[in-house]
Design a protein around this ligand. Sequence first.
Ligand code: ATP
Ligand code: MG
Length: 423
Amino acid sequence: MNFKVPRGTQDILPSESWKWQQVESIIRDVCDNYRYKEIRTPIFEQTELFQRTVGDTTDIVTKEMYTFTDRGNRSMTLRPEGTAPVVRSFVENKMFGYPDQPVKLYYQGPMFRYERQQAGRYRQFVQFGVEAIGSADPAIDAEVIALALDVYKRSGLTDVKLVLNSLGDSESRNAHRDALVAHFTPQIGELCSDCQSRLEKNPLRILDCKVDREHPLMETAPSLSDYLNEQSASYFEKVKGYLDDVGISYELDPNLVRGLDYYNHTAFEIMSTAAGFGAITTLCGGGRYNGLAEEIGGPSAPGIGFGMSIERLLLALEAEGKSFTQERELEVYIVTLDEKAHRKGFKLLNELRNAGVRADMDYMDRKMKAQMKSADRFNAKAVFVIGEDEVEGNTVQLKNMADGSQETIEDGAIIEKLKEQLK
Ligand code: ATP
Ligand code: MG
Protein backbone atom coordinates (compact mmCIF):
# COMPACT_ATOMS: atom_id res chain seq x y z
CA MET A 1 0.00 0.00 0.00
CA ASN A 2 1.31 3.42 -0.98
CA PHE A 3 0.10 6.39 1.02
CA LYS A 4 0.13 9.87 -0.39
CA VAL A 5 -0.49 13.30 0.98
CA PRO A 6 -4.19 14.13 0.41
CA ARG A 7 -4.99 16.05 -2.78
CA GLY A 8 -4.78 19.79 -2.27
CA THR A 9 -2.55 19.52 0.79
CA GLN A 10 1.21 19.56 1.11
CA ASP A 11 3.99 18.57 3.44
CA ILE A 12 6.15 21.50 4.38
CA LEU A 13 9.57 19.85 4.26
CA PRO A 14 12.63 21.01 6.23
CA SER A 15 14.00 22.67 3.09
CA GLU A 16 10.93 24.95 3.11
CA SER A 17 9.78 25.10 6.72
CA TRP A 18 12.44 27.61 7.74
CA LYS A 19 10.91 30.07 5.27
CA TRP A 20 7.55 29.60 6.95
CA GLN A 21 9.15 30.33 10.27
CA GLN A 22 10.63 33.52 8.83
CA VAL A 23 7.20 34.66 7.67
CA GLU A 24 5.70 33.73 11.02
CA SER A 25 8.27 35.76 12.85
CA ILE A 26 7.71 38.76 10.56
CA ILE A 27 3.99 38.44 11.25
CA ARG A 28 4.51 38.38 15.01
CA ASP A 29 6.82 41.35 14.80
CA VAL A 30 4.53 43.49 12.67
CA CYS A 31 1.47 42.64 14.78
CA ASP A 32 3.42 43.53 17.87
CA ASN A 33 4.28 46.93 16.37
CA TYR A 34 0.61 47.61 15.73
CA ARG A 35 -0.51 46.16 19.11
CA TYR A 36 -2.50 43.26 17.68
CA LYS A 37 -2.63 40.25 20.03
CA GLU A 38 -2.82 36.65 18.96
CA ILE A 39 -6.00 34.64 19.33
CA ARG A 40 -6.19 30.89 18.74
CA THR A 41 -9.59 29.41 18.04
CA PRO A 42 -10.46 25.75 17.35
CA ILE A 43 -9.94 24.18 13.95
CA PHE A 44 -13.65 23.30 13.79
CA GLU A 45 -16.83 25.12 14.69
CA GLN A 46 -20.56 24.55 14.47
CA THR A 47 -21.50 24.48 10.79
CA GLU A 48 -24.21 27.06 11.34
CA LEU A 49 -21.67 29.70 12.31
CA PHE A 50 -20.29 29.75 8.77
CA GLN A 51 -23.67 29.34 7.10
CA ARG A 52 -25.00 32.40 8.88
CA THR A 53 -21.98 34.65 8.51
CA VAL A 54 -20.08 33.71 5.36
CA GLY A 55 -23.45 33.29 3.66
CA ASP A 56 -25.68 30.58 2.25
CA THR A 57 -25.08 31.55 -1.36
CA THR A 58 -21.30 31.88 -1.28
CA ASP A 59 -18.94 29.39 -2.92
CA ILE A 60 -17.47 28.61 0.47
CA VAL A 61 -20.75 27.51 2.01
CA THR A 62 -22.31 25.90 -1.05
CA LYS A 63 -19.31 23.94 -2.32
CA GLU A 64 -16.17 24.22 -0.27
CA MET A 65 -16.80 23.29 3.35
CA TYR A 66 -15.47 20.19 5.04
CA THR A 67 -18.55 19.36 7.06
CA PHE A 68 -19.04 16.28 9.18
CA THR A 69 -21.41 14.94 11.79
CA ASP A 70 -19.70 14.21 15.07
CA ARG A 71 -20.55 11.30 17.36
CA GLY A 72 -23.00 13.47 19.22
CA ASN A 73 -24.87 14.07 15.94
CA ARG A 74 -23.87 17.71 15.65
CA SER A 75 -22.89 19.22 12.35
CA MET A 76 -19.34 20.52 12.54
CA THR A 77 -17.17 22.22 9.90
CA LEU A 78 -13.42 22.58 9.59
CA ARG A 79 -12.95 26.35 9.53
CA PRO A 80 -12.82 27.70 5.96
CA GLU A 81 -11.86 31.19 7.16
CA GLY A 82 -10.90 33.00 10.33
CA THR A 83 -13.21 35.98 10.78
CA ALA A 84 -16.38 34.17 11.88
CA PRO A 85 -14.59 32.14 14.58
CA VAL A 86 -12.81 35.23 15.89
CA VAL A 87 -16.00 37.25 16.06
CA ARG A 88 -17.75 34.27 17.67
CA SER A 89 -15.07 34.28 20.34
CA PHE A 90 -15.26 38.08 20.69
CA VAL A 91 -18.97 37.79 21.45
CA GLU A 92 -18.76 34.66 23.60
CA ASN A 93 -15.94 36.07 25.74
CA LYS A 94 -17.60 39.48 25.97
CA MET A 95 -14.54 41.22 24.61
CA PHE A 96 -16.83 44.16 23.85
CA GLY A 97 -16.51 44.85 27.58
CA TYR A 98 -12.72 45.14 27.51
CA PRO A 99 -11.58 48.59 28.61
CA ASP A 100 -9.47 49.09 25.49
CA GLN A 101 -11.49 49.25 22.31
CA PRO A 102 -11.18 48.38 19.53
CA VAL A 103 -10.03 44.87 20.36
CA LYS A 104 -7.18 44.14 17.98
CA LEU A 105 -6.60 40.47 17.27
CA TYR A 106 -4.59 38.35 14.88
CA TYR A 107 -4.66 34.68 14.08
CA GLN A 108 -2.65 32.27 12.05
CA GLY A 109 -3.39 28.68 11.25
CA PRO A 110 -4.77 26.15 8.79
CA MET A 111 -8.04 26.75 6.94
CA PHE A 112 -9.88 24.15 4.90
CA ARG A 113 -11.75 24.49 1.64
CA TYR A 114 -12.71 21.78 -0.77
CA GLU A 115 -11.45 23.43 -3.94
CA ARG A 116 -10.03 22.34 -7.23
CA GLN A 117 -6.30 22.22 -6.72
CA GLN A 118 -4.19 24.66 -8.74
CA ALA A 119 -1.15 26.82 -8.13
CA GLY A 120 -1.87 28.95 -5.08
CA ARG A 121 -5.09 27.14 -4.28
CA TYR A 122 -5.03 24.36 -1.71
CA ARG A 123 -7.56 22.42 0.32
CA GLN A 124 -5.59 23.08 3.46
CA PHE A 125 -3.77 26.39 3.55
CA VAL A 126 -2.41 28.59 6.28
CA GLN A 127 -4.06 31.92 6.69
CA PHE A 128 -2.80 34.86 8.67
CA GLY A 129 -5.38 37.50 9.44
CA VAL A 130 -6.18 40.37 11.73
CA GLU A 131 -9.47 41.68 13.08
CA ALA A 132 -9.98 45.10 14.71
CA ILE A 133 -13.36 44.96 16.39
CA GLY A 134 -15.26 47.76 18.12
CA SER A 135 -14.38 50.87 16.14
CA ALA A 136 -15.97 52.56 13.15
CA ASP A 137 -13.12 55.04 12.75
CA PRO A 138 -12.03 55.10 9.08
CA ALA A 139 -8.44 55.44 10.34
CA ILE A 140 -8.55 51.85 11.58
CA ASP A 141 -9.41 50.71 8.05
CA ALA A 142 -6.23 52.40 6.91
CA GLU A 143 -4.29 50.86 9.80
CA VAL A 144 -5.38 47.34 8.92
CA ILE A 145 -4.44 47.87 5.27
CA ALA A 146 -1.08 49.34 6.28
CA LEU A 147 -0.40 46.31 8.48
CA ALA A 148 -1.04 43.88 5.63
CA LEU A 149 1.22 45.86 3.30
CA ASP A 150 3.89 45.98 5.99
CA VAL A 151 3.98 42.19 6.22
CA TYR A 152 4.59 41.97 2.47
CA LYS A 153 7.17 44.74 2.53
CA ARG A 154 9.11 43.17 5.40
CA SER A 155 9.01 39.84 3.58
CA GLY A 156 10.78 41.55 0.69
CA LEU A 157 7.90 41.83 -1.79
CA THR A 158 7.83 44.95 -3.93
CA ASP A 159 5.47 44.06 -6.77
CA VAL A 160 2.18 44.41 -4.96
CA LYS A 161 -0.76 46.71 -5.44
CA LEU A 162 -3.71 47.62 -3.30
CA VAL A 163 -7.16 47.51 -4.88
CA LEU A 164 -9.95 49.28 -3.07
CA ASN A 165 -13.71 49.59 -3.21
CA SER A 166 -16.60 50.51 -0.99
CA LEU A 167 -19.61 48.25 -0.66
CA GLY A 168 -21.49 50.92 1.27
CA ASP A 169 -23.99 50.36 4.03
CA SER A 170 -27.15 48.28 3.73
CA GLU A 171 -29.21 51.12 2.29
CA SER A 172 -26.66 51.65 -0.49
CA ARG A 173 -26.44 47.94 -1.12
CA ASN A 174 -30.20 47.56 -1.40
CA ALA A 175 -30.42 50.34 -3.95
CA HIS A 176 -27.58 48.74 -5.91
CA ARG A 177 -29.18 45.35 -5.59
CA ASP A 178 -32.38 46.56 -7.25
CA ALA A 179 -30.33 48.05 -10.06
CA LEU A 180 -28.43 44.77 -10.53
CA VAL A 181 -31.63 42.74 -10.71
CA ALA A 182 -33.01 45.12 -13.32
CA HIS A 183 -29.75 44.89 -15.28
CA PHE A 184 -29.32 41.12 -15.33
CA THR A 185 -32.93 39.88 -15.42
CA PRO A 186 -33.61 40.32 -19.18
CA GLN A 187 -30.56 38.22 -20.20
CA ILE A 188 -30.08 36.03 -17.14
CA GLY A 189 -30.44 32.93 -19.32
CA GLU A 190 -27.00 33.67 -20.81
CA LEU A 191 -25.24 33.35 -17.46
CA CYS A 192 -24.27 30.17 -15.62
CA SER A 193 -26.74 28.32 -13.42
CA ASP A 194 -25.02 29.59 -10.26
CA CYS A 195 -25.57 33.16 -11.42
CA GLN A 196 -29.19 32.39 -12.17
CA SER A 197 -29.80 31.36 -8.61
CA ARG A 198 -27.67 34.27 -7.33
CA LEU A 199 -29.97 36.72 -9.12
CA GLU A 200 -32.69 36.12 -6.57
CA LYS A 201 -30.67 35.34 -3.49
CA ASN A 202 -27.72 37.67 -3.78
CA PRO A 203 -27.22 39.41 -7.13
CA LEU A 204 -24.02 41.11 -5.96
CA ARG A 205 -22.38 37.70 -6.03
CA ILE A 206 -22.86 37.60 -9.81
CA LEU A 207 -20.11 40.22 -10.12
CA ASP A 208 -17.74 37.82 -8.36
CA CYS A 209 -18.53 34.89 -10.70
CA LYS A 210 -15.46 33.14 -12.04
CA VAL A 211 -17.33 31.49 -14.94
CA ASP A 212 -19.02 34.55 -16.41
CA ARG A 213 -16.39 37.15 -15.69
CA GLU A 214 -15.89 37.90 -19.42
CA HIS A 215 -19.60 38.24 -20.23
CA PRO A 216 -20.44 41.69 -21.68
CA LEU A 217 -23.17 42.15 -19.08
CA MET A 218 -20.45 42.34 -16.42
CA GLU A 219 -18.79 45.35 -18.06
CA THR A 220 -22.01 47.32 -18.16
CA ALA A 221 -23.36 46.26 -14.77
CA PRO A 222 -24.41 49.09 -12.48
CA SER A 223 -21.52 50.07 -10.28
CA LEU A 224 -21.87 50.18 -6.54
CA SER A 225 -20.01 53.45 -6.41
CA ASP A 226 -22.95 55.15 -8.10
CA TYR A 227 -25.30 53.92 -5.39
CA LEU A 228 -23.41 54.87 -2.25
CA ASN A 229 -25.53 57.10 -0.03
CA GLU A 230 -23.98 60.22 1.42
CA GLN A 231 -22.83 58.60 4.63
CA SER A 232 -21.16 55.69 2.87
CA ALA A 233 -19.51 57.94 0.31
CA SER A 234 -18.14 60.19 3.03
CA TYR A 235 -16.84 57.22 5.02
CA PHE A 236 -15.00 55.98 1.94
CA GLU A 237 -13.52 59.43 1.29
CA LYS A 238 -12.10 59.44 4.79
CA VAL A 239 -10.53 56.00 4.42
CA LYS A 240 -8.87 57.14 1.19
CA GLY A 241 -7.75 60.32 2.92
CA TYR A 242 -5.98 58.40 5.67
CA LEU A 243 -4.29 56.17 3.09
CA ASP A 244 -3.19 59.25 1.12
CA ASP A 245 -1.77 60.80 4.28
CA VAL A 246 0.57 57.89 4.85
CA GLY A 247 1.53 57.53 1.21
CA ILE A 248 -0.28 54.27 0.50
CA SER A 249 -1.37 54.21 -3.12
CA TYR A 250 -4.35 52.26 -4.36
CA GLU A 251 -6.39 51.46 -7.41
CA LEU A 252 -10.16 51.80 -7.27
CA ASP A 253 -12.14 48.86 -8.61
CA PRO A 254 -15.92 49.28 -8.43
CA ASN A 255 -16.38 45.57 -9.23
CA LEU A 256 -14.38 44.34 -6.27
CA VAL A 257 -17.06 42.68 -4.16
CA ARG A 258 -15.20 39.99 -2.19
CA GLY A 259 -16.40 36.46 -1.69
CA LEU A 260 -18.12 36.64 1.67
CA ASP A 261 -21.52 38.02 2.61
CA TYR A 262 -20.59 39.87 5.75
CA TYR A 263 -18.62 42.69 4.15
CA ASN A 264 -19.78 46.31 3.92
CA HIS A 265 -18.09 49.68 3.39
CA THR A 266 -14.36 49.19 2.80
CA ALA A 267 -13.38 46.16 0.72
CA PHE A 268 -9.82 45.61 -0.45
CA GLU A 269 -7.46 43.15 -2.01
CA ILE A 270 -3.71 43.15 -2.31
CA MET A 271 -2.50 41.60 -5.54
CA SER A 272 0.87 40.53 -6.84
CA THR A 273 1.92 42.32 -10.01
CA ALA A 274 4.99 40.10 -10.51
CA ALA A 275 5.23 38.75 -14.03
CA GLY A 276 4.82 35.01 -13.97
CA PHE A 277 2.83 34.85 -10.78
CA GLY A 278 0.15 32.84 -12.55
CA ALA A 279 -3.58 33.12 -12.80
CA ILE A 280 -4.40 33.79 -9.18
CA THR A 281 -2.97 37.15 -8.26
CA THR A 282 -4.82 37.94 -5.06
CA LEU A 283 -2.53 37.70 -2.07
CA CYS A 284 -4.82 39.13 0.55
CA GLY A 285 -8.48 40.02 0.90
CA GLY A 286 -10.24 42.00 3.55
CA GLY A 287 -12.90 44.45 4.46
CA ARG A 288 -15.26 45.93 6.97
CA TYR A 289 -18.01 43.87 8.54
CA ASN A 290 -20.22 46.13 10.65
CA GLY A 291 -23.17 44.04 11.85
CA LEU A 292 -21.38 40.69 11.99
CA ALA A 293 -21.19 40.60 15.79
CA GLU A 294 -24.94 41.28 16.01
CA GLU A 295 -25.61 38.60 13.42
CA ILE A 296 -24.20 36.02 15.80
CA GLY A 297 -25.96 37.26 18.90
CA GLY A 298 -23.61 39.92 20.22
CA PRO A 299 -23.98 43.67 20.65
CA SER A 300 -23.22 46.06 17.84
CA ALA A 301 -19.46 46.04 17.27
CA PRO A 302 -18.17 47.30 13.93
CA GLY A 303 -15.12 45.47 12.67
CA ILE A 304 -12.56 45.26 9.91
CA GLY A 305 -9.96 42.67 9.02
CA PHE A 306 -8.19 40.72 6.32
CA GLY A 307 -6.94 37.24 5.56
CA MET A 308 -3.86 36.25 3.59
CA SER A 309 -2.35 32.86 2.95
CA ILE A 310 1.30 32.21 3.64
CA GLU A 311 1.37 29.91 0.59
CA ARG A 312 0.60 32.80 -1.76
CA LEU A 313 3.06 35.10 -0.01
CA LEU A 314 5.84 32.56 -0.60
CA LEU A 315 4.74 32.02 -4.21
CA ALA A 316 4.82 35.77 -4.81
CA LEU A 317 8.29 35.97 -3.34
CA GLU A 318 9.41 33.25 -5.71
CA ALA A 319 7.74 34.97 -8.66
CA GLU A 320 9.72 38.12 -7.82
CA GLY A 321 12.88 36.05 -7.75
CA LYS A 322 13.49 36.91 -4.13
CA SER A 323 14.21 34.76 -1.14
CA PHE A 324 14.77 35.16 2.54
CA THR A 325 18.28 35.43 3.84
CA GLN A 326 19.76 32.03 4.43
CA GLU A 327 18.55 29.77 7.11
CA ARG A 328 20.54 30.27 10.31
CA GLU A 329 23.69 28.24 9.98
CA LEU A 330 25.28 25.79 12.30
CA GLU A 331 28.10 27.24 14.39
CA VAL A 332 29.92 24.12 15.44
CA TYR A 333 30.18 20.54 14.23
CA ILE A 334 31.97 17.98 16.34
CA VAL A 335 33.96 15.25 14.61
CA THR A 336 34.89 12.23 16.75
CA LEU A 337 37.26 9.42 15.80
CA ASP A 338 36.48 6.56 18.23
CA GLU A 339 34.08 5.62 20.98
CA LYS A 340 35.88 7.39 23.83
CA ALA A 341 36.13 10.50 21.69
CA HIS A 342 32.42 10.14 20.95
CA ARG A 343 31.62 10.26 24.66
CA LYS A 344 33.79 13.30 25.17
CA GLY A 345 32.25 14.90 22.08
CA PHE A 346 28.73 14.33 23.34
CA LYS A 347 29.56 15.99 26.66
CA LEU A 348 31.11 18.94 24.86
CA LEU A 349 28.08 19.19 22.58
CA ASN A 350 25.86 19.47 25.62
CA GLU A 351 28.04 22.22 27.11
CA LEU A 352 28.05 24.15 23.86
CA ARG A 353 24.28 24.03 23.58
CA ASN A 354 23.91 25.14 27.18
CA ALA A 355 26.11 28.10 26.29
CA GLY A 356 23.69 28.96 23.45
CA VAL A 357 25.88 27.71 20.60
CA ARG A 358 24.17 26.04 17.62
CA ALA A 359 26.00 22.74 17.48
CA ASP A 360 25.66 19.16 16.26
CA MET A 361 27.70 15.98 15.86
CA ASP A 362 27.77 12.70 13.94
CA TYR A 363 25.54 9.85 15.06
CA MET A 364 26.26 7.44 12.20
CA ASP A 365 29.70 6.16 13.23
CA ARG A 366 31.17 7.48 10.00
CA LYS A 367 34.76 8.01 8.89
CA MET A 368 36.38 11.37 9.55
CA LYS A 369 36.15 12.43 5.92
CA ALA A 370 32.39 11.85 5.80
CA GLN A 371 31.96 13.78 9.05
CA MET A 372 33.93 16.72 7.65
CA LYS A 373 31.70 16.68 4.57
CA SER A 374 28.63 17.02 6.79
CA ALA A 375 30.25 19.95 8.56
CA ASP A 376 30.71 21.55 5.14
CA ARG A 377 27.13 20.93 4.09
CA PHE A 378 25.84 22.43 7.32
CA ASN A 379 28.09 25.45 6.73
CA ALA A 380 29.52 25.05 10.23
CA LYS A 381 31.81 27.92 11.12
CA ALA A 382 34.03 25.81 13.33
CA VAL A 383 34.75 22.11 13.74
CA PHE A 384 36.05 20.37 16.84
CA VAL A 385 38.03 17.24 16.08
CA ILE A 386 38.45 14.75 18.93
CA GLY A 387 40.63 11.63 18.68
CA GLU A 388 42.66 9.45 21.02
CA ASP A 389 45.31 12.16 21.68
CA GLU A 390 42.72 14.75 22.54
CA VAL A 391 40.95 12.43 24.99
CA GLU A 392 44.22 11.67 26.71
CA GLY A 393 45.56 15.21 26.69
CA ASN A 394 42.27 16.86 27.76
CA THR A 395 42.25 18.98 24.64
CA VAL A 396 40.37 19.37 21.36
CA GLN A 397 41.46 20.42 17.87
CA LEU A 398 39.60 23.55 16.79
CA LYS A 399 39.41 24.01 13.06
CA ASN A 400 38.38 27.36 11.68
CA MET A 401 36.37 26.58 8.54
CA ALA A 402 36.77 30.05 7.07
CA ASP A 403 40.59 29.96 6.78
CA GLY A 404 41.35 26.29 7.45
CA SER A 405 43.64 27.07 10.39
CA GLN A 406 43.77 24.62 13.25
CA GLU A 407 44.87 24.81 16.88
CA THR A 408 44.93 22.68 20.00
CA ILE A 409 42.84 23.97 22.85
CA GLU A 410 42.72 22.97 26.51
CA ASP A 411 39.30 21.65 27.56
CA GLY A 412 38.84 24.50 30.04
CA ALA A 413 39.28 27.20 27.40
CA ILE A 414 36.97 25.85 24.71
CA ILE A 415 33.96 28.13 25.06
CA GLU A 416 36.08 31.23 25.42
CA LYS A 417 38.20 30.41 22.34
CA LEU A 418 35.15 29.52 20.33
CA LYS A 419 33.33 32.75 21.14
CA GLU A 420 36.44 34.62 20.02
CA GLN A 421 36.46 32.76 16.74
CA LEU A 422 32.74 33.10 16.08
CA LYS A 423 32.92 36.87 16.43
P1 ATP B 1 -10.31 33.44 -4.37
O1 ATP B 1 -11.04 34.46 -5.19
O2 ATP B 1 -8.85 33.31 -4.74
O3 ATP B 1 -11.02 32.12 -4.28
P2 ATP B 1 -11.42 34.10 -1.87
O4 ATP B 1 -12.27 35.28 -2.10
O5 ATP B 1 -12.05 32.78 -1.72
O6 ATP B 1 -10.25 34.04 -2.91
P3 ATP B 1 -10.81 34.87 0.80
O7 ATP B 1 -11.85 34.01 1.38
O8 ATP B 1 -11.01 36.31 0.80
O9 ATP B 1 -10.46 34.38 -0.66
O10 ATP B 1 -9.41 34.50 1.47
C1 ATP B 1 -8.44 35.48 1.74
C2 ATP B 1 -7.08 35.01 1.29
O11 ATP B 1 -6.87 33.68 1.67
C3 ATP B 1 -6.87 35.00 -0.19
O12 ATP B 1 -6.54 36.25 -0.66
C4 ATP B 1 -5.70 34.02 -0.31
O13 ATP B 1 -4.49 34.62 0.09
C5 ATP B 1 -6.07 33.02 0.72
N1 ATP B 1 -6.76 31.85 0.17
C6 ATP B 1 -8.08 31.67 -0.02
N2 ATP B 1 -8.35 30.44 -0.49
C7 ATP B 1 -7.15 29.82 -0.59
C8 ATP B 1 -6.74 28.51 -1.01
N3 ATP B 1 -7.62 27.61 -1.38
N4 ATP B 1 -5.41 28.21 -0.99
C9 ATP B 1 -4.50 29.13 -0.59
N5 ATP B 1 -4.83 30.36 -0.20
C10 ATP B 1 -6.12 30.71 -0.19
MG1 MG C 1 -12.23 31.11 -3.00
